[in-house]
Design a binder for this molecule. Structure first.
Ligand code: ZN
Length: 313
């Protein structure tokens, strides 16, 4: 048995996971991100022990504990170098956790962990496998020869922060025109709001009862499926933004597979098909190389726990 922990800005989730990646049990606590890291990590250790005890196991039955965290991680030393949403700066996560639990503790960036989960629970025969998550931001994870690739310092694989439009929309990272600023769920919501304001006749106005704050990542898709012109335009553009980044990724890596996760990926083929079409046109020699393999991710919100649990040396 292993434990996987998904450390987030608002919630810490932990799961008891079998050696082959099946979640047996999970539990969660609020992060309380404004607190000192020693308090947060003490609670995280308690949660890990609790998921064992709740299921009749003891911490001695656990082979390892993996943690997926936002931000840049020094996986080798188990140090969280920087995460803005939990205000961690050079925090020795492994050392701190081992004060409470004397087991191997692994730490990795959450998007890398999610990609690793999708890889491990999939065919597992790709030389290069890439996962992107369309959420509040755009997360990316690169799995190369079965291992997470994140550069010499662990800060690589930030696919969401490649620029697709120089001097374009402002990104939370400080740069302008990042893929994330166009292809995240937050970006889609902003694009939808703009279309609603500019198109008074769109059925999206009725769907939100005139309250712009009710726009979410589904609004444009729902209206587009009913043939609404403004919504169709939003969805088309959005799929192109997502496709643009994926075409860049394919041009650089030529991975055997790219999977798309996050809330927006629930749209399935409705999102996937225009992305595939776009990539076939845009990828270098796209129509000739064949086999651009883009799929919807399979594990949903559990990818964080599963991937963390499966981390190893
Ligand atoms: Zn950025």
């Amino acid at each position: 048995m292993r434990i996987g922990i998904d450390l987030g800005g608002t919630t810490i989730k932990a799961g008891l996971v079998t050696e082959d990646g099946k979640i047996r049990y999970k539990s969660a606590i609020p992060t309380g991100a404004q607190r000192h890291y020693t308090e947060i990590l003490a609670d995280m250790a308690k949660l890990a022990i609790k998921v064992c005890e709740d299921t009749g196991y003891s911490i001695d039955d656990i082979t390892s504990i993996g943690i997926g965290s936002p931000g840049s991680c020094d996986a080798k030393n188990g140090v969280l170098v920087y995460a803005n949403n939990i205000n961690f700066h050079n925090v020795p996560v492994r050392e701190e956790m081992q004060k409470y639990i004397n087991k191997p503790i692994y730490l990795e960036n959450d998007a890398n962990v999610a990609a690793y989960a999708e890889y491990c629970m999939g065919d597992k025969n790709e030389e290069c496998f890439i996962a992107v998550t369309l959420g509040t931001g755009v997360g990316g994870g690169i799995i190369m020869n079965g291992k997470i690739f994140s550069g010499y310092n662990g800060a690589g694989g930030e696919l969401g922060h490649m620029v697709i439009k120089k001097d374009g929309a402002a990104c939370t990272c400080g740069r302008k025109g990042c893929w994330e600023a166009y292809a995240s769920a937050s970006a889609l919501i902003a694009q939808t709001k703009r279309a609603i304001i500019e198109n008074k006749n769109s059925i999206m106005n009725d769907m939100i009862d005139g309250n712009i704050d009710r726009v979410d990542g589904k609004t444009a898709f729902d209206a587009a499926k009913q043939g609404d012109k403004a919504a169709l335009e939003v969805v088309k553009k959005y799929a192109e933004y997502v496709g643009c980044g994926i075409a860049n990724i394919i041009n650089i890596f030529q991975p055997e597979k790219v999977v798309i996760g996050g809330g927006i990926s629930n749209q399935g083929d409705y999102l996937l098909n225009p992305i595939k079409e776009y990539c076939t046109l845009e990828v270098y020699s796209g129509a000739n190389i064949g086999g651009i393999n883009i799929e919807i991710a399979k594990l949903g919100n559990d990818a964080g726990i599963i991937g963390a649990a499966l981390l190893n040396e």
